[in-house]
Design a protein around this ligand. Structure first.
Ligand SMILES: [Zn+2]
Ligand SMILES: [Zn+2]
Length: 164
């Protein structure tokens, strides 16, 4: 799934969690939100979807894509929340929702860059992540296409949710 989609799901989780848990203990609420975010990543990856790139182009094209897909998506959503609520609890709930929703791919990236060693708990998580990814068995990655209309829908839902 594209990072923009995972970010959007993280926003929906963060804002929703804030509405239900926002009055309670902040640390507890953020922990729950982050955990739900991580689970959402595996679920979203399990649904048929495409990506912005194919693995053979990974090395060359990945940097501008990551800047657009990961950093820009996070900056846009957190920027909107910040402009409405400042650094209030909803900002942190949204941040933890996004953080959880991005964590498996961030770990994947750190392994790819050899910053993290693929062993122990990291390897366990990576196997789970790749095992649940819908097309990982034939190691075929598909480009963004008509099957991805739902990713666009998730992004629109997140924008709709925070535009009030
Ligand atoms: Zn994918
Ligand atoms: Zn993933």
């Amino acid at each position: 799934m594209v990072s923009f989609g995972h970010t959007a799901v993280g926003v929906v989780i963060g804002v929703t969690a804030y509405h239900y848990l926002g009055q309670g203990n902040l640390a507890e609420g953020l922990l729950i939100t982050g955990t739900v975010g991580v689970v959402s990543h595996y679920l979203m990856d399990a649904i048929p979807h495409g990506h912005f790139y194919l693995p053979k182009n990974y090395g060359i094209e990945i940097v501008p894509i990551i800047i657009f897909d990961l950093f820009l998506s996070i900056a846009i959503f957190l920027g909107i929340i910040y402009s409405k609520a400042g650094l209030g609890p909803i900002f942190f709930y949204t941040m933890f929702g996004i953080g959880g929703a991005q964590l498996p791919d961030v770990l994947e990236g750190l392994i790819h860059l050899k910053i993290l060693k693929n062993k122990g708990l990291v390897k366990l998580e990576n196997n789970l992540h790749n095992g649940l990814h819908w097309n990982s068995r034939n190691s075929e990655v598909l480009l963004l296409g008509s099957r991805d209309i739902w990713q666009l829908f998730v992004i629109l839902a997140a924008i709709f949710l925070i535009s009030f």
